[in-house]
Design a protein around this ligand. Sequence first.
Ligand SMILES: NC(=O)c1ccc[n+]([C@@H]2O[C@H](COP(=O)([O-])OP(=O)(O)OC[C@H]3O[C@@H](n4cnc5c(N)ncnc54)[C@H](OP(=O)(O)O)[C@@H]3O)[C@@H](O)[C@H]2O)c1
Length: 246
Amino acid sequence: MTGASAGIGKATAKRFAENDDKVILIARQEKRLAQAAREIESSVPGADVEPLVLDMSDAESAGILRDRAGAAELPLGGLLCCAGAVPAPGDNDDGDVGPALTEWQEAYRSNVMTSVVAVEGLLPLMTDGGSIVLYSSIAAYRGSGGTGGYGAAKAALHSYVHTLATRLGPRGISANAIAPGYVADTDLFGGSLPAARETMLVRQTALGRAGAPADVAELGFYLCSKAGGYLTSQILQLNGGSSHGV
Ligand SMILES: NC(=O)c1ccc[n+]([C@@H]2O[C@H](COP(=O)([O-])OP(=O)(O)OC[C@H]3O[C@@H](n4cnc5c(N)ncnc54)[C@H](OP(=O)(O)O)[C@@H]3O)[C@@H](O)[C@H]2O)c1
């Protein structure tokens, strides 16, 4: 599980731990990752979680992760690539393209490369019949702030999901993406959103509330379960009705 030290990834790791699955927790900041592992261990008796500090946008992380996952000597049935970040906006309207390029590079590095490195690095270890889950966003459909790098990076994952599903289908491996709307209680927005923006996002939902990390965790767990085994090559929008699915 990449991006496991906060928000959606941490809740998802906990959901798997509750099912007695061993979970490798991956993120860059050691202290926060260790804290997340402790939290899961204290709330789930017997939880088998292993923190691993890695920047998943670095190519070298693939081999390190493969070695660590291989050393666990357990079947690797699920790979959830939740690492992601919203880059600083690069729009300045003065004709200087530097900030825009930085925004797009950072958006792709954090949201696309982190998934590509994890998936391509771990594929040799994945069991036939396993599941890959990537994390998109409602921004892939609606656009995002700045010059739109974040939304574009998330949309790129949709194409990657379809490619993976076709490529790995013969091995019975499913590949799907979850595209959440606004999910509260995460660190994605640097703590909290301005109150007016949060109110507006909640008003857009049909259910009248923000998503919770546990809502997204439940769907990730389902996609990796036997019950979700025939679901592949899908982008699952999970947004409380903020936008109408097609
Ligand atoms: N919250 C929302 O409203 C929302 C909506 C739509 C989509 N999403 C997507 O859902 C996913 C989880 O978001 P969240 O809200 O739970 O965010 P979050 O609370 O900020 O957690 C992001 C996680 O990713 C890790 N991470 C970031 N870059 C990484 C890298 N290069 N290598 C390894 N780990 C990295 C972070 O830890 P370190 O910083 O320590 O590495 C952290 O564990 C993201 O992909 C996000 O884009 C979230």
